[in-house]
Design a protein around this ligand. Sequence first.
Ligand SMILES: Nc1ncnc2c1ncn2[C@@H]1O[C@H](COP(=O)(O)OP(=O)(O)O)[C@@H](O)[C@H]1O
Ligand SMILES: Cc1ncc(COP(=O)(O)O)c(C=O)c1O
Length: 289
Amino acid sequence: MDAKDLVLYKREGAYIPRVAAVHDLCGYGKCSLGIAIPVLSAAGCDVCPVPTSLFSAHTKFPTYYMHDTTRILEDYLDAWAKEGIELDAIYSGFLGSAAQVGAIQRLYREHPGALRVVDPVMGDGGKMYPTYTVELCEKMRELVAGADILTPNLTEAHLLTGMPYHGQDLSEAEVERYVAQLVGMGAHLVVVKGVVRGDSLIRNYVAGEKIDLVEVVGEQLPFMTHGTGDLFASTLTGAVMCGRSVYDAVAFATDFVRDAMRITRLQPDNEVRGVSFESLLGQVTALVG
Ligand SMILES: Nc1ncnc2c1ncn2[C@@H]1O[C@H](COP(=O)(O)OP(=O)(O)O)[C@@H](O)[C@H]1O
Ligand SMILES: Cc1ncc(COP(=O)(O)O)c(C=O)c1O
């Protein structure tokens, strides 16, 4: 089957899908819930945040304060369970501790029909993020099994599979090897992000269990911006929840992130502020209906 025909969520009429967003909340430096809430809301979803930690600023700043919320999550989800909150999708990203993988697995058990989108946020450029531990990365592997959509960058594909990290210049055959390994670990569909081959293009690949590999090519801008991984996964999830095919959702997210990076570049402190996408949210709303 082709990812171009693969629709994972069928939106019915005026129904508003409810999406749990399991991610950190960051005060300054746009990323994580600061992106997931507005983007999924613009996609006409009822976003229910599960904050995995509170940050004063993202971890690319030399100084940041982090408060890990692991200790409150059980009570938080107990209260949800008592209210009988129903979920159509569970989208997870940046985690504060290895134990939080258990909270996501609990949501999966309590909402067996919900779509599972796993952005296995762990690191970049061959390195783990500073608050991440080997234990957390190992535990994160458990989320691969049963993921309807898994969105690793190449560092994360390496950390999840244990296969060697060869930088971002990967051949299609190498991408296929990562995908085969991740599908072998139980992922249904994998979006491998950020392959670059020195031709000013950035490539994202979609493939899965019985889904042939397809390439989505975008223009590579000559700078980097923080929060683009979160923006990509949030936009992809929003487009899927609007009933778009996985291929169309990846293509939309690829262009959306590029456009947001261009706008970010025009802002003061653009090298650290995180990605600025607010003025583009109308494009996401246009996907609804
Ligand atoms: N320099 C760039 N130019 C254009 N698009 C980019 C660029 N960097 C990232 N993107 C887009 O954002 C997506 C997520 O990239 P990235 O932020 O590197 O992910 P992560 O944070 O998971 O490492 C990429 O797959 C690509 O579509
Ligand atoms: C607190 C926090 N959340 C999320 C992220 C993920 O950011 P990105 O979207 O660039 O992968 C980071 C990365 O620095 C971070 O520090």
